[in-house]
Design a binder for this molecule. Structure first.
Ligand SMILES: O=C(O)CCC(=O)C(=O)O
Ligand SMILES: [Fe+2]
Length: 235
């Protein structure tokens, strides 16, 4: 089955309900092993990337990631275009709840036009590689004024087989309260949808905004590869 059909065939009611209630959602395995390997194999093909970041150099953590160059590989393009429309529905719902102006266009190309108009012209999908001792500090991936409120990460290899440790971390900071941490393990080929910046949280007197940061715990052995799909482009 083609990837776009697989995305369309996901149980979006359940995913959207999870986003509503928890702010995040697991995506079942959607990339087969062959596709995971195809993506991991791109890692060594320099011509596919616009930049490589050594995380330790910026004190982002320990590991390396590379941003794909436009035009990004077809499979990634299909993932980015395929996930966008359903997530845009929840994104617009969130805007209403937070009393924010404006809405996200129904399809990705329209949204990317808005990024472009704000000078955000560089592609942001990325592949990350961590070796033993590697980790990713809690952070956000905002690259300008325009941002999409969700992003998706896919695990390209398998925990307990290819690496140990390396759980995905999501920390939610509530106003005037202590932060809550979530630890997520993502199966090979599966994904995880999480908020880029904020989410509406139902309190006693209506909705308020929490702030989210994500990262990765220390890889205790082996090598961990992930694919990050960020919908907004960068300055
Ligand atoms: O490697 C990971 O799981 C974290 C990836 C990440 O930071 C991202 O996709 O933005
Ligand atoms: Fe990130």
């Amino acid at each position: 089955m083609r990837i776009k059909e697989r995305i369309a065939g996901l149980d979006w009611n359940t995913i959207q309900q999870s986003l509503e209630e928890q702010g995040f959602a697991k995506v079942p395995v959607i990339l087969d092993k062959e596709q995971c390997h195809e993506i991991m194999n791109t890692y060594e093909e320099d011509r596919l990337f616009r930049s490589t970041i050594n995380m330790a150099r910026y004190r982002f953590g320990v590991g390396e990631y590379k941003y794909y160059q436009d035009p990004i590989p077809e499979l990634l393009q299909h993932l980015r275009e395929g996930f966008y429309p359903e997530l845009a529905k929840t994104a617009n719902y969130w805007n209403e709840r937070l009393g924010l102006e404006g809405s996200y266009p129904a399809e990705l190309p329209e949204f990317l036009k808005q990024c472009y108009q704000q000078g955000q012209k560089r592609s942001t999908p990325l592949i990350l590689k961590y070796e033993e001792g590697g980790y990713n500090c809690l952070h956000q991936d905002l690259y300008g004024d325009v941002f999409f409120p969700f992003q998706v990460v896919f695990a390209l290899n398998q925990k307990e087989v290819d690496y140990t440790g390396g759980e995905f971390l999501l920390v939610e900071q509530r106003p005037r309260a202590q932060s809550r941490g979530n630890v997520i393990t993502i199966e090979q080929g599966a994904g995880f949808i999480f908020p880029t910046n904020h989410r509406p949280f139902k309190g006693a007197r209506g909705y308020y905004r929490t702030t989210l940061r994500h990262g990765v715990s220390t890889i205790t052995s082996g090598t961990r590869y992930t694919l990050g799909i960020i919908f907004h482009d960068a300055k």
